[in-house]
Design a protein around this ligand. Structure first.
Ligand code: XMP
Length: 513
């Protein structure tokens, strides 16, 4: 196992992800919580110091606890982590005139265990840099093993102590061989074997959940999506009937989705579940609203009200379980306090824990979507459930631009089910990140048989993406789109025209509202 000491870089969690992908267990701990006790208990075979936004040139900037250099295990410093290591071990860092951001090319000056099997001496390789400071003199025992024109110590090593540093970020995909360098560190240098799996995560996490909640009660709101379902099943495995699941059915879900969730929990897992049928409540709250943000806020607030009422009926709980993923953590940080503007106010149960005075149990906080899916499979969730496309909290309400009604929601649900079925039949469901239909507030004239029609327009959307932050429209064959259009118009009375959305994100967003 490896300890990742976090100095606050936006990409720290990617280090953890690369290691886990490579079968090496690791944990990320903030720099100021790493002490002797933690090291003794965690007993890492290697330590990685992450990057971070600070400069070691400022007095109050974070430092690594000196103990990490005295633990007798290899240490890899990345970017700020390298500078901290150099500074604390007696070398020197300066603020460069030339800041380096983005792609750079490193030249390998010396062979090293870090580069084994990937980079050879004299070769030049693309890496991703993001730094203002640079190392100018090395502590005793170190020597440079790779350079760039503006960073003479782009990679450094002290083989005797097993200390390594890189100025670039091996954890991001733009550093082509980055994952191999990290693998070399954990396997060649720390001597780990890489046999960790999701099964081990499952075991470790259930133990942690037990430790966190003790004999207390935990409440979990199921959304119908993969994340909350995986979180609930994992927590149930840990604490059994101390977990109480509540599924608020907004009536704004995809076809059959509500039924599937209830079946999965009650029949497949035998986990008791309260199914709150709240379609009418949500539709009446939405009545008369057509502004996207007003709709989102109304749904978020109603969700909290309904959930809270249900929680009270159950007699309350000490903890609230959430299926928060790592990308949600980053996004909500910039959403809540950061300088970025709010594009859409995301719907989740934010605010609930404080209001109800509950602690949070978030077992998926360190995972990415594909890892959650792997964990779901490990826990025995049916594949059709695990590989399901993401679905936004506000549901179909934001796929009906303008005013929402039950009639519109029903129309959209039917048409969407046909579209998704055809995508599955075509074998494309798993290559697409998200596919859905949008019922436009526009009616157009058509002709069916000998009749004039004046019906609604349906827009189809399908995108590829890796994290939902950016996306491309999926390039379907024309023939496929025509077949979808024909089936929908023939089978769903009320829709007489189908169009395809070819907008990428940015400038569009994935959802229409
Ligand atoms: P946008 O439309 O912002 O969506 O490009 C990016 C991803 O987030 C999903 N999404 C949401 N998920 N609550 C959620 O849990 C929300 O309020 C919400 N709004 C959008 C969207 O489906 C896409 O996957």
């Amino acid at each position: 196992r490896v300890l990742v000491v976090d100095f606050g870089s936006q990409v720290t969690q990617l280090i953890a992800r690369r290691l886990r992908e490579d079968g090496v267990y690791c944990e990320v701990h903030p720099f100021n919580r790493v002490d002797e006790a933690l090291l003794a208990e965690f007993a890492p075979r290697g330590i990685i110091l992450s990057g971070g936004p600070a400069s070691v040139k400022t007095a109050e900037s974070p430092r690594a606890p000196q103990i990490v250099f005295e633990a007798g295990v290899p240490v890899l410093g990345i970017c700020y982590g390298q500078q901290v290591m150099v500074d604390q071990l007696g070398g020197e860092v300066e603020t460069a005139d030339h800041r380096e951001f983005g792609r750079a090319e490193v030249k390998v000056a010396q062979s090293s265990a870090l580069f084994q099997g990937v980079w050879t001496t004299g070769g030049a390789y693309p890496v991703w840099m993001s730094h203002g400071d640079r190392v100018i003199s090395l502590p005793e025992g170190f020597h440079p093993i790779a350079t760039t024109p503006s960073a003479p110590c782009a990679a450094i090593a002290d083989e005797l102590r097993g200390f390594y540093g890189v100025q670039f970020h091996p954890e991001v995909v733009h550093t082509l061989d980055g994952a191999r360098l990290l693998s070399n560190f954990t396997r060649q240098i720390c001597g780990l074997s890489g046999d960790w799996t999701m099964a081990a995560f499952r075991e470790e996490m259930t133990a942690k959940i037990r430790e966190q909640v003790g004999s207390a009660r935990v409440l979990c709101g199921l959304s119908g999506g993969v994340d909350s379902a995986v979180a609930a099943v994992l927590i149930h495995e840990a604490i059994g009937d101390q977990l109480h699941c509540v599924f608020v059915d907004t009536g704004l879900m995809r076809k059959d989705e509500g039924r599937q969730v209830v079946e999965l929990f009650r029949n497949h897992y035998n986990i008791p579940l309260v199914h709150v049928q709240a379609e009418e409540t949500f539709l009446s709250v939405l009545d008369g609203l057509d502004d996207p943000e007003a709709k989102r806020k109304a749904i978020g607030k109603t969700f909290i009200d309904v959930f809270e009422a249900e929680a009270k009926k159950l007699g309350g709980a000490d903890f609230l379980a959430q299926g928060t993923l790592y990308p949600d953590v980053i996004e909500s940080v910039s959403f809540d306090g950061g300088p970025s503007v709010t594009i859409k106010s995301h719907h989740n149960v934010g605010g609930l824990p404080e209001r109800m005075n509950m602690g949070l149990v978030e077992p998926l906080r360190e995972l990415f979507k594909d890892e959650v899916r792997a964990l779901g499979r490990e826990l025995g969730l049916p594949d059709a459930f695990v590989s399901r496309h993401p679905f936004p909290g506000p549901g179909l309400a934001i796929r009906i631009p303008g005013a929402v009604s039950k009639e519109k929601a029903d129309l959209l649900r039917e048409a969407d089910a046909i579209y998704l079925d055809m995508i599955r039949e075509e074998g494309l469901y798993d290559v697409i990140w998200q596919a859905f239909s949008v019922l436009l507030p526009v009616r157009t004239v058509g002709v069916m048989g000998d009749e004039r029609t004046y019906d609604w327009v349906l827009a189809l959307r399908a995108v590829t993406s890796t994290d939902g932050m950016t996306a491309d429209s999926y390039p379907f064959e024309h023939d496929f789109l025509s077949r979808v259009s024909t089936r929908i118009i023939n089978e769903v009375r009320g829709i007489n025209r189908v169009v395809y959305d070819v907008t990428s994100k940015p400038p569009g967003t994935i959802e229409w509202e």
